[in-house]
Design a binder for this molecule. Structure first.
Ligand code: NAD
Length: 252
C-alpha cells in the first residue's frame, strides 16, 4: 500500500469508470482513485460475491459496482446513460477488463480467438466510443488502456491475447490523434507479470521462466501499476498522449 505522504487529492470531483474493477489491477485502481477523491464506477463480468465484497469493503459511498459486460454495446450504453444522468459527466475511463484463453494457434478454437478479441479489443472500442461524447462536451478526458508485454514481445500460446492487446495499442495511438485537440488524452499502460488471478493460473514452469526474465527479479503487485495509471489520469500528464508505457520490472 502507498505511504500516506504520497497520497494527494488529484481527482476530487472527477468521475472515473474502471471496467473489470472488482479484483486484481482494476480493484487496486478503484481503491487508489477513491483515496485521491474520485467518485468511481466499476464493472465486473460474473463474480457477484467478489463484487459484493468490493462494494462493502472498498467502494463505500463514493463507489458503485455494476455487472456489465464491457464488450456488450447495449449493456455499456445503459451504464453510461446512468452515469451521465446521475453525475452529468465522465472524466476518466480505464479500459481494464481483460481475459486470457491460452492455446497454441494450431489448436486454438474460434471461440478462444473471438472471446479474447471481444473482451480485450472490442470492449475497448465500445467503452471509448461511449466515453467520448461526455468527454468532448467537457473538452477534457482521460482514456487509459491496459495492454501487455505479449503484444510487444509475442508469447507462445497467447497469439489471440497478443493480437488483441497489440490492437489496443494501435487503437490507443490512433484515437489519441483523433481527440487530442479536444483536450482528451489516450494512453496505454503495459503491466509486466502482475500477481493476480489472471497470472496465478499460468503453469508453474511458465511462471518460473517469466520470473527469471524480469530484470527486477520479481513479479509486480497490482499497486505497482496504479502509480502510472493515476499519473496518466491526472493534470500532470496533460501533455502526454498516444503513449504505451511499460510498468514491467524491465521485462520488455
Ligand atoms: P483479472 O483476471 O484479475 O481481472 C480481470 C477483471 O476483468 C475481472 O474483474 C473480470 O470480472 C473482468 N472482466 C472479464 N471479462 C469482462 C467483461 N466482458 N466485462 C467486464 N469485465 C470483465 O486480471 P488482471 O490481472 O487484474 O488484469 C487487468 C488488466 O490488465 C487486463 O486487461 C489484463 O489483460 C491486463 N494485464 C494484466 C497483466 C498481469 O500480469 N496480471 C499483465 C499485463 C496486462
Amino acid at each position: 500500500m502507498v505511504p500516506k505522504k504520497f497520497v494527494f487529492m488529484r481527482f476530487k470531483d472527477k468521475i472515473a469508470l474502471i471496467t473489470g474493477g472488482t479484483r486484481g489491477i482494476g480493484a487496486a485502481l478503484g481503491m487508489r482513485f477513491l483515496r485521491e477523491g474520485a467518485q468511481i464506477v466499476v464493472t465486473y463480468a460474473e463474480d457477484k460475491d467478489q463484487a459484493q465484497k468490493f462494494q462493502d469493503e472498498v467502494a463505500g459511498a463514493k463507489g458503485q459496482v455494476h455487472q456489465a459486460d464491457a464488450s456488450d454495446f447495449d449493456q455499456m450504453k445503459a451504464l453510461f446513460d446512468q452515469i451521465l444522468t446521475q453525475f452529468g459527466r465522465l472524466d476518466i475511463l480505464v479500459n481494464n477488463a481483460g481475459i486470457r484463453r491460452d492455446n497454441l494457434v494450431m489448436f486454438m478454437s474460434d471461440s478462444e480467438w473471438h472471446d479474447v478479441l471481444r473482451v480485450n479489443l472490442q470492449a475497448t472500442f465500445i467503452c471509448s466510443k461511449l466515453a467520448l461524447k461526455p468527454m468532448i462536451a467537457q473538452r477534457w478526458g482521460r482514456v487509459i488502456n491496459l495492454v501487455s508485454p505479449s503484444s510487444i514481445l509475442g508469447r507462445e500460446g497467447q497469439a489471440n491475447y497478443a493480437a488483441a492487446k497489440g490492437g489496443v495499442a494501435s487503437f490507443t495511438k490512433s484515437l489519441a490523434r483523433e481527440v487530442g485537440k479536444i483536450g482528451i488524452t489516450v494512453n496505454a499502460v503495459s503491466p509486466g507479470v502482475i500477481d493476480t488471478d489472471m497470472t496465478r493460473s499460468l503453469p508453474a514452469k511458465t511462471l518460473t521462466e517469466l520470473k527469471q526474465s524480469i530484470p527486477l527479479g520479481h513479479f509486480g503487485q497490482p499497486d505497482d501499476v496504479c502509480g502510472m495509471v493515476l499519473f496518466l489520469a491526472s493534470e500532470e500528464a496533460s501533455y502526454i498522449t498516444g503513449q504505451i508505457i511499460c510498468v514491467d520490472g524491465g521485462l520488455t
